[in-house]
Design a binder for this molecule. Structure first.
Ligand SMILES: C[S@@+](CC[C@H](N)C(=O)[O-])C[C@H]1O[C@@H](n2cnc3c(N)ncnc32)[C@H](O)[C@@H]1O
Length: 794
C-alpha cells in the first residue's frame, strides 16, 4: 500500500486528503486515471505471509495476480502438494504419531483437487478415510464418523470407510448402526481376507448388541440450536446528539432479549483462519472441512461450507452398484449417509465466499474490512442491485459514516483499496460492476460505513474452567480456577439494525453472539423513552474518562456524549486516584490530566442521591476550591510525583509475581515482597484504585498456587470489593471474579461458595439469558456441584 501511495503526486494527495463526500467522485476519477496511465512497474506487498507480488499495475498484472486462474493461483488446489502431504501423514500414522498425521491429512485435504485420482481412488475420499483412521485412534469417534460420511459421499463403495464407520459407531455404543456399517462393508469389500476381518468384527458387535440392549441415539451433530425465546419489545429509532439511536417505548426489565439479527455480511479475521470456521466462526473441530474449490477457507461442517460457498462437496455418488445386493433397510441407510439432505439450509442468501473462490488471491491478501466490503458488494449485485447512479448502494445500506472527518492518509488509502477491489470484483461481475468514479466513490463510502458500523464478533477463549469434565463426562476437578476469562475477536460483520445502537461507557444493554447471530439483552431496567446503548469497547471502570474519550475518538472517530463521560461519577474519580494524606479522610486526590477532564463535567445535573453517593470522596463543589494534587474532600496536598515513584517501586514486585504466576512457580519470597508492596500501594493509592484490585487478584492467584486457599479467598474478596465500586455489582467483570472465588471456596469446602455460584449464575444469565449454560458449560457443572454440596451438608 505504501508503494501505491508513493505513486500519487503531492498536489493530488492534498486534493484527495481534503475531499468531502460531494467531491469524492472527482478525487476517485483523478486517482483512477493516474493508475491507469502509470507505466511504472512496482512491487506490492500487503504485509501478509503470501509471497510478494511483482506487478505492472497498468498492464493489469496487479489485478491479474490477485484474480489469477485456479491452475496457477497460490490459493488454488495442487495435487502434487496434496500427495506429498498424504505421504507424510501416512509415515506419521505408521509411527503412531497421530496428532501430526492429523495435521498432514488436514493440510492435504485443503489443497487436494476434488477430482484428483490416486491409485484408482478419488484422492479426497482417500484422505478423508485416512483422517478417519487417525481420529479413531485419537478416540474422536464422532469426528471419525463424519469423515467416513464424507468419504462415502464421494465414493459410496469405499469398504474401509464403512468399516471405520462401524468401528466408530461401535465405540460410541451405536451397535445397531455399527452392524449395518459392517454388513455394507462386507458386501463391498473385494478381498477374501478383508471380508473375513469384517465378518469377525460383525459377529463380535452382534453379540455385544444382544447383551447391551442399548437404545439407539442418532446424533445430529449439525443441528443448529433451537431458538424460541420471544423478543420482548419493538424498539423505536430516534435522533439525538449521537445521530440515530434506539429507545424503548415501554419499561423493560433487566435480562430481556431486545434484538436478534443475522449479519448482512460477515468476514473472519485473518488470525483466526486456521482456528475458526469461516462461516459460523465457531472453533474448528479436528475434522475440519476445506472449501472444495480453493485452499483458503476451512469450515466446521459441510453445512457451513455449503452455506458459505454455495456448492456441494461433490456430485451425488452413483449408488446403483452398491445398492443392488442390499436389503431394503440397508439401501435406505446407504442413501441417507451418502446423500445427506441440506434442504433446510437457507437458499435465499447470496453465498458469501462464491465470488472469492477458484483460487483468486485478493481475499487472502487484502485487509478484512476490504474483503467485507467485497462481500457486501457481491450481495448487493447478487440481489439485483446495479451501480447505475452515484448513491444506490450507499442509500440501500443507509448507514452513518465519517468519511469527511477521516485523516487525509486514510482517505487516500480508502480510494486506492476501492480501485483495487472494484477491479478484482470486475472479474466476477463483468457487467454489473463498472470500474468508474461512481462505483469507486460508492465503495469508498461503503468502507467508511464499515469503519463506523461494523461489529466485532467475539468468542470466549477456550480454557479449562473449574469442574471441566473429561471425555467420559466425569467431573475432573473443582480445583481453584484463577485465570481470567478472555474474549477473542474472531470476525467483523455488518448488522444493519444492530448498528443503530449507540455507544455508552455505562451501557444498559449487552451484545453477544451465538454462531453468526447477534443477540442484544438489557443488563439493567430501562425506563420508557430511555436510549438503549451498548459499549463499543471502553467502559466506565476499565479506563478513566480521558482515556476512554481518546480511544473512542482515535478508533471510532466520535466525541463521546454518553452520561458516563458527561457526568461526574465515583468510578472515574477513584479508578486512578491517590488517597488523601490525612488517614481519617476518604477523599480522592487526582493528577492534573484526570482533574482537568473531571473538572469539565457537569455537576449541576447530579441528583440528590448521586450527590450523596459522591459525598465520601469529594465535596461536590470542591473542583472550584481544590485543584490537582489536592484532596477533593479536605483540600490536603499530596506530592503526586513522589507518590508515582512509590507506586512504580511497589509495582516491580507485582510484575515479578505475575511472571512467576505465568510460569506456575511462585516463591514464598516473591509473595512476601508483594505483600509488603501491597501495604505501600494502599498507603499511596485510593482504596478503590484499580491497581490495588489488580494487586489483590495477583496475590489471590499466587496463594492458590502455593495451596494457601484461605488466603487466596481473602485477597480475591478484596479485589471483588474494589471492582464492585468501579463497575457496579452486576457487571460481567464481577461474574468473572466470582467464578474464581467460588472455585476457591468450593475447594476448601466453604459453603459460602454456594452463594457465590448463585450470584455468578445470575450475572451470567442476566447478560446471556438462556444461552448462558450452553456458552459457559461450567455453570451447569458448578450448579450441580452446589446441589451436591448442599445435600451433603444437610
Ligand atoms: C454504529 S453508529 C450508531 C448509529 C448512528 N448514531 C446513526 O445515526 O446511524 C456509530 C456512530 O454513532 C455516533 N455515536 C454513537 N455513540 C455515540 C456517543 N456515545 N456519543 C456521540 N456519538 C455517538 C457516532 O457518530 C458513531 O460514529
Amino acid at each position: 500500500m505504501e508503494k501505491l501511495k508513493s505513486l500519487v503526486p503531492k498536489n493530488l494527495e492534498q486534493t484527495v486528503g481534503s475531499s468531502t463526500v460531494d467531491d469524492l467522485p472527482s478525487s476517485c476519477s483523478f486517482l483512477l486515471r493516474l493508475f491507469q496511465q502509470s507505466q511504472l512497474f512496482f512491487q506490492v506487498s500487503f504485509g501478509c505471509k503470501r509471497p510478494r507480488i511483482f506487478l505492472p499495475f497498468l498492464s493489469g498484472k496487479l489485478i491479474g495476480d490477485l484474480t489469477m486462474d485456479p491452475e496457477n493461483a497460490l490459493c488454488g488446489k495442487k495435487k502434487d502438494a496434496a500427495l506429498e502431504l498424504k505421504r507424510q501423514g501416512n509415515q506419521c500414522f505408521l509411527k503412531g504419531d497421530y496428532a501430526t498425521a492429523l495435521v498432514y491429512y488436514s493440510q492435504a485435504l485443503q489443497v487436494a483437487p476434488m477430482n484428483a485420482v490416486d491409485m484408482d481412488k478419488n484422492l479426497v475420499a482417500t484422505l478423508y478415510v485416512n483422517r478417519a483412521s487417525v481420529l479413531l485412534k485419537m478416540d474422536l469417534q464422532l469426528e471419525c464418523l463424519r469423515d467416513c460420511n464424507r468419504t462415502l459421499q464421494i465414493s459410496s463403495n469405499y469398504a474401509k470407510a464403512w468399516y471405520r464407520r462401524g468401528k466408530a459407531n461401535a465405540s460410541m455404543g451405536n451397535f445397531h448402526d455399527a452392524i449395518r456399517d459392517f454388513q455394507i462393508s462386507k458386501n463391498v469389500e473385494v478381498s477374501f481376507n478383508g471380508k473375513k476381518q469384517v465378518d469377525d468384527e460383525l459377529k463380535i458387535i452382534q453379540r455385544q448388541y444382544k447383551r447391551s440392549n442399548t437404545v439407539q441415539e442418532h446424533s445430529n451433530n449439525n443441528k443448529l440450536d433451537d431458538f424460541d425465546e420471544p423478543i420482548q419489545v419493538k424498539l423505536h429509532v430516534t435522533t439525538s446528539n449521537k445521530g440515530r439511536g434506539m429507545v424503548s417505548p415501554i419499561e423493560i426489565p433487566p435480562s430481556s432479549l431486545v434484538h436478534v439479527e443475522e449479519p448482512y455480511a460477515l468476514v473472519i479475521l485473518k488470525h483466526c483462519r486456521e482456528t475458526h470456521c469461516h462461516y459460523c466462526l465457531n472453533e474448528l473441530p479436528a475434522d475440519k472441512v476445506p472449501c472444495p474449490s480453493c485452499s483458503i477457507p476451512l469450515y466446521c461442517s459441510q453445512r457451513c461450507q455449503i452455506q458459505a460457498g454455495g456448492r456441494m462437496l461433490q456430485n451425488v455418488p452413483d449408488n446403483k452398484e452398491i445398492l443392488k445386493d442390499l436389503s431394503d433397510d440397508l439401501r435406505k441407510y446407504v442413501q441417507e449417509i451418502t446423500s445427506p439432505s441440506f434442504a433446510d439450509l437457507r437458499t435465499d442468501d447470496v453465498p458469501e465466499h462464491k465470488h472469492e473462490c477458484d483460487g483468486v488471491h485478493w481475499p487472502a491478501i487484502l485487509p478484512s474490512e476490504i474483503v467485507l466490503a467485497g462481500r457486501i458488494l457481491a450481495k448487493f449485485v447478487g440481489q439485483g442491485g446495479v451501480f447505475a447512479d452515484a448513491s444506490n448502494l450507499v442509500d440501500m445500506l443507509n448507514l452513518s459514516h465519517h468519511f469527511s472527518e477521516m485523516h487525509a492518509d486514510s482517505k487516500l488509502e480508502c480510494i486506492i483499496y476501492s480501485i483495487i477491489l472494484s477491479s478484482c470484483l470486475k472479474q466476477f461481475f463483468p457487467s454489473q460492476l463498472p470500474v468508474n468514479e461512481n462505483t469507486i466513490s460508492q465503495i469508498v463510502i461503503l468502507i467508511s460505513q464499515i469503519r463506523t458500523n461494523s461489529i466485532s464478533i467475539v468468542r470466549m477463549k477456550s480454557f479449562d474452567a473449574p469442574g471441566s469434565r473429561d471425555q467420559s463426562g466425569r467431573l475432573s476437578s473443582v480445583a481453584p480456577f484463577t485465570c481470567n476469562m478472555e474474549q477473542v475477536r474472531v470476525g467483523q460483520a455488518i448488522y444493519t439494525t444492530g448498528s443503530l445502537f449507540n455507544h455508552s461507557c455505562k451501557p444498559n444493554i449487552h451484545a453477544y453472539f451465538n454462531s453468526r447471530t447477534l443477540f442484544i439483552r438489557t443488563t439493567a431496567s430501562v425506563t420508557v423513552g430511555c436510549p438503549l446503548e451498548l459499549s463499543y469497547g471502553p467502559q466506565v471502570g476499565q479506563l478513566d474518562c480521558k482515556d476512554r474519550l481518546k480511544l473512542l475518538e482515535d478508533e471510532y472517530s466520535f466525541k463521546c456524549q454518553c452520561s458516563g463521560c458527561s457526568l461526574v461519577h465515583i468510578s472515574d474519580l477513584v479508578l486512578d486516584a491517590f488517597c488523601c494524606i490525612n488517614p481519617s479522610c476518604f477523599g480522592v486526590v487526582l493528577d492534573r490530566s484526570i482533574f482537568n477532564c473531571e473538572n469539565k463535567k457537569t455537576k449541576d445535573s447530579l441528583t440528590v442521591d448521586e450527590q450523596s453517593r459522591l459525598e465520601p470522596f469529594m465535596l461536590t463543589d470542591s473542583f472550584l476550591h481544590a485543584g490537582p494534587s489536592h484532596c477533593l474532600k479536605c483540600g490536603s496536598y499530596r506530592n503526586i510525583k513522589s507518590s508515582c515513584s512509590t507506586v512504580d517501586e511497589a509495582w516491580i514486585h507485582f510484575t515479578r509475581l505475575q511472571q512467576e504466576i505465568n510460569s506456575n512457580r511462585v516463591s514464598e519470597t516473591t509473595v512476601s515482597d508483594a505483600l509488603r508492596a501491597l501495604c505501600s500501594l494502599k498507603s499511596t493509592l485510593h482504596a478503590y484504585n484499580k491497581r490495588i484490585a489488580e494487586a489483590e487478584d495477583n496475590l489471590s492467584q499466587a496463594f492458590c498456587l502455593l495451596g494457601k486457599l484461605e488466603l487466596a479467598a481473602d485477597h480475591c474478596k478484596a479485589s471483588i470489593r474494589i471492582l464492585e465500586k468501579l463497575y457496579g455489582e452486576n457487571h460481567i467483570a464481577i461474574g468473572n471474579e466470582l467464578l474464581k472465588l467460588s472455585s476457591i471456596l468450593l475447594s476448601v469446602g466453604d459453603c459460602n461458595g454456594v452463594e457465590c455460584i448463585k450470584r455468578l449464575s445470575e450475572i451470567f444469565r442476566c447478560h446471556y439469558g438462556w444461552h448462558a449454560n450452553t456458552m459457559f458449560p461450567f455453570l451447569n457443572i458448578l450448579e450441580e456441584e452446589t446441589h451436591k454440596f448442599v445435600s451433603t451438608d444437610v
